[in-house]
Design a protein around this ligand. Structure first.
Ligand SMILES: *[C@@H]1O[C@H](CO)[C@@H](O)[C@H](O)[C@H]1NC(C)=O
Ligand SMILES: *[C@@H]1O[C@H](CO)[C@@H](O)[C@H](O)[C@H]1NC(C)=O
Length: 516
């Protein structure tokens, strides 16, 4: 009887955990690498039996029966319309980059609402309800006006980017600029006075832009497309239940996190798959080692300046190692014998091959994490956003070197490559970092799925809300208490001083009178 009962409870527990939920994922950040990151979560949720509707910039690969894929078609053509000079962008100061980014986010929001994929979603039956909405902080806030339309379910943010300033906003997660450098700045957690000042001013600027520009804009865009009776995104934002950030304390500096801000760095890294046959043979036969060179999905290598390409080619030609280069054009003029190119190369599986000695990368976060997971030292050529801080962090861990694009010459590149490959400390430090990065009680993907289901089970998990958001800034910073304590100490002391002065001056007056 007892056994039966516990069996039944077990079964009930299992059923309540795995009840299929309707989940909506709003993924409008136009980044191919973010799409890969998010797709890992889509697949994992679908495998748990949930019905996942995905509105994304690219179709979900092999969606399967549990996934409905709605596409924001034309997003990349739209955002790539403007030709960026990568060299110019790599020199842009952080504040200018901020303004640029917020304008970019606005145009993406507008484009998302006008898109056919979004219209399909809005044409769902009026009474259609989702049990959870997942959005991407940075470009997804403006879509939160949709919550009311779909039964006001709990909200979760997923962020393939680092721990950016704005993900803390809904929770009041501590973000002290004295030791937490912003991802736009290449500082460590030990900052000099001037760096702390710089970091503090950037934080203020972000807060100001967020309140004066971003929040009013997302409300205006939402009202324009969803009507005045829809939910207000800036209010919905404060109801967000949890956010998954792509950081891990082994690589990123430790910092305080509220329970609803969850580290899931590396959810996109899978068990390595076998390589295509020709590539496998190429890698197996490279006894002298392979250098893998890829500048990611956003920086096309054929846009490199002629002079830089020549420098890179002549440096590669002198290496005893083989070089595998992700090169997007059909041919590579002047291709040396030891260089093999491919338009698309399975980066994560290549990095898992034991003959890889070095990864030359743009230092995007996802590439950096793949390299750490697989234990391959890096040479970073950073361009924009968080790429500079990523390679700075790698340098602090002794697992990589930085070479700026503008500094690339045949000599500087050769020197940097030889340093990372020939100095065994880089490989050794990387093995240690890799082991710390992977050492967790469960895979990051399991953590992410757990939190999605946890938030649904506990109807938004409002018990995890920090009281920080209910305080005024002066209360949060204890300015009122400090003012009171200061007054309570100063008033009696100054009274005492005042009285003493009076008494003594009286006495001296009396003395004077007596003398006279
Ligand atoms: C789809 O969901 C069912 C449960 O509803 C599950 O058994 C199946 O494995 C899921 N399929 C995929 C491809 O994830
Ligand atoms: C690039 O070159 C400048 C000037 O020679 C130098 O100051 C700087 O440290 C170099 N930076 C890197 C990362 O190579």
């Amino acid at each position: 009887m007892r056994l039966h009962l516990s069996l039944i409870t077990l079964l009930l527990g299992w059923v309540s955990v795995t009840t299929a939920a309707n989940i909506l994922m709003l993924l409008n950040v136009p980044s191919r690498s973010h799409h890969i990151w998010n797709s890992a979560l889509v697949t994992a949720l679908a495998e748990r039996g949930h019905n996942v509707t995905v509105l994304a910039t690219l179709p979900v690969k092999k969606p399967g029966p549990n996934v409905t894929s709605l596409v924001l078609e034309g997003m990349y053509e739209f955002t790539e319309e403007e030709e960026f000079d990568i060299e110019e962008m790599s020199e842009m100061p952080p504040t200018e980059m901020l303004d640029f980014m917020f304008d970019w986010v606005n145009s993406i929001c507008d484009f998302t609402f006008k898109n056919k994929g979004m219209k399909t979603l809005l044409n769902y039956p009026d009474n259609f309800k989702f049990d959870l909405i997942i959005y991407e902080p940075m470009c997804g806030e403006c879509l939160l006006g949709l919550t009311k339309r779909f039964g006001s379910p709990p909200l979760i943010g997923v962020n393939g980017f680092s721990h950016t300033h704005w993900v803390d906003y809904p929770f009041g997660n501590p973000n002290n600029p004295s030791y937490i450098p912003d991802v736009m700045l290449p500082y460590s957690d030990h900052m000099t006075f001037l760096q702390r000042m710089d970091n503090f001013i950037l934080n203020l600027r972000m807060d100001h832009l967020w309140n004066s520009k971003v929040l009013p804009n997302i409300d205006a865009i939402s009202r324009k497309y969803l009507g005045p009776s829809s939910a207000v995104p800036s209010e919905e934002l404060l109801k967000v239940s949890a956010v998954m950030v792509n950081t891990h304390p082994s690589f990123d500096s430790p910092r305080p996190l509220l329970p609803s801000v969850v580290n899931v760095a590396g959810i996109h890294v899978k068990e390595p798959k076998p390589l295509p046959k020709d590539l496998q043979e190429y890698m197996d036969n490279a006894k002298e080692g392979v250098i893998f060179f890829s500048l990611g999905t956003n920086i096309q290598s054929q846009k490199l300046k002629e002079e830089k390409r020549q420098a890179i080619l002549s440096a590669f030609a002198e290496l005893p190692e083989k070089v595998l280069w992700k090169w997007e054009a059909d041919s590579l003029p002047g291709q040396p014998k030891n260089v093999k190119v491919g338009k698309w190369l399975p980066q994560s599986d290549i990095l898992a091959h034991p003959n890889v000695r070095l990864f030359i990368t743009h230092s995007g976060l996802l590439s950096t994490q793949e390299s750490i997971h697989r234990g391959v030292p890096m040479l970073g050529i950073p361009f924009i956003a968080d790429q500079k801080i990523n390679i700075q962090k790698s340098m602090r861990h002794g697992v990589g070197l930085r070479l700026d694009y503008k500094n690339i010459t045949k000599e500087s590149l050769l020197k940097a490559i030889r340093t990372v490959i020939d100095d065994p400390s880089y490989a050794k430090n990387m093995r240690e970092l890799s082991s710390k990065f992977r050492d967790r009680p469960e895979t990051p993907l399991e953590t992410a799925v757990f939190w999605c289901e946890y938030v649904m089970r506990h109807k938004g998990a409002s018990h995890l809300r920090s009281a920080a958001k209910d305080l005024y800034l002066f209360q949060y910073l204890l300015l009122d208490v400090i003012a009171f304590v200061t007054a309570a100490t100063l008033v009696p002391v100054s009274l005492l001083c005042y009285c003493c002065k009076k008494i003594f001056s009286k006495k001296s007056v009396q003395k004077k009178i007596k003398k006279n």
